[in-house]
Design a protein. Structure first.
Length: 353
């Protein structure tokens, strides 16, 4: 009889264990709801090392708390303990300031939270008055509105003295609002194409400056910063026309935050802040003569958006750049066999806009 009672009690205990998944006592905070998290980065084609989540009070926009975890492939990647309340949640890849040439600033308020660029420390052939920004690394994010933890959620999460906070006897007590989050890219890639007559007279790479672009991104409004900056980059791609040794096409690209204010439209471009593309050609002569040309590309840019959220700005310049004929330098480094090092790098005191 005693053996029968022991077996009956053991069976009942096993059934209870199956119906109610229990958390370790030391991980339970009975004043908060433990919410599971899963973020799908595949759409953005970003594979972060870490993940940041900022929780803001919905009413005031004040920062409530931050949550960080290491990215992983688990069905539930992390848990966050959240007090009762309504929130707006901002999710982005990596820890703050871990993205190359991107700083996360003014985090105390949702309205001011910004991904902000980093000034370039060195530039070549600088334009007086311009502020030069380094090319930003990949940024993917999502803003989740109307995330709420209710008193009822807290009650069910803390049934049985706070031990049951997933499922118990079929009662759903988990909060799945932070499951299956899909961030998208938030930056812009600029590309251009230009025909050149006398391309054989230019060393490679060619130096480019893209001017009057944005230097930051606001998460809440999905708008870009209003302070104009310049991005410097090198153009290495050139293709001679078929059958020609002098005429050809150069193409180049640079990663930027985007257009001033609205990255998806050119409607906010002001006449006194046109989009300018400056190109500096270093010729193959002994003196390394530099030929410069500035193109106002405001009216010819085409804006599109990729599936991953990346905004593309494309400029197919109709003008033809004509380079003068020069006598090539009599050295092994003449012609196209040069490098970025041929451009003199200048330390410039750079001031944030």
């Amino acid at each position: 009889m005693k053996r029968f009672l022991k077996l009956t009690c053991l069976a009942a205990l096993c059934a209870f264990a199956v119906s109610c998944h229990r958390q370790e006592i030391e991980t339970i905070d009975t004043s908060k709801v433990r919410v599971p998290i899963y973020i799908d980065w595949s759409h953005s084609e970003v594979n972060p090392q870490n993940v940041s989540m900022f929780f803001y009070h919905a009413a005031s926009g004040d920062l409530a708390f931050e949550h960080y975890f290491e990215n992983n492939n688990n069905a539930i990647q992390s848990y966050v303990s959240v007090p009762v309340g309504k929130y707006t949640v901002v999710v982005f890849n990596e820890l703050p300031n871990q993205i190359k040439n991107v700083k996360i600033i003014n985090r105390e308020k949702l309205n001011t939270l910004e991904a902000y660029g980093v000034p370039a420390q060195e530039v070549s052939v600088p334009t007086k008055g311009d502020v030069y920004w380094s090319q930003p690394g990949a940024l993917a994010s999502l803003v989740i509105d109307n995330f709420e933890v209710t008193p009822e959620m807290l009650y069910y999460a803390n049934l049985d003295g706070g031990l049951s906070n997933t499922r118990c006897s079929g009662e759903v007590v988990t909060n799945e609002q932070l499951m299956n989050i899909v961030p998208i890219r938030r930056l812009t890639e600029f590309t251009f194409k230009l025909k050149v007559d006398g391309l054989n007279n230019s060393r490679m790479p060619i130096l480019g400056n893209l001017r009057n672009m944005a230097g930051g991104y606001y998460f809440k409004t999905d708008k870009d910063d209003l302070s104009p900056v310049t991005y410097q980059f090198f153009i290495k791609d050139r293709q001679f026309d078929e059958g020609s040794k002098t005429k050809g096409t150069i193409t180049g690209s640079v990663s930027i935050f985007g257009l001033l204010n609205d990255k998806y439209s050119d409607s906010d471009i002001k006449p006194d802040q046109p989009i300018l593309l400056d190109l500096h050609f270093m010729l193959v002569d002994k003196d390394k003569t530099i030929v410069s040309h500035s193109f106002n590309i405001t009216d010819i840019i085409k804006i599109s958006e990729e599936n991953d959220g990346m905004v593309l700005i494309d400029a197919d310049i109709a003008e033809v750049e004509v380079l003068p004929d020069v006598i090539p330098e009599d050295s092994p480094s003449s012609g196209f066999e040069t490098s970025v090092a041929d451009w003199d790098v200048i330390d410039v005191p750079l001031v944030n806009p």
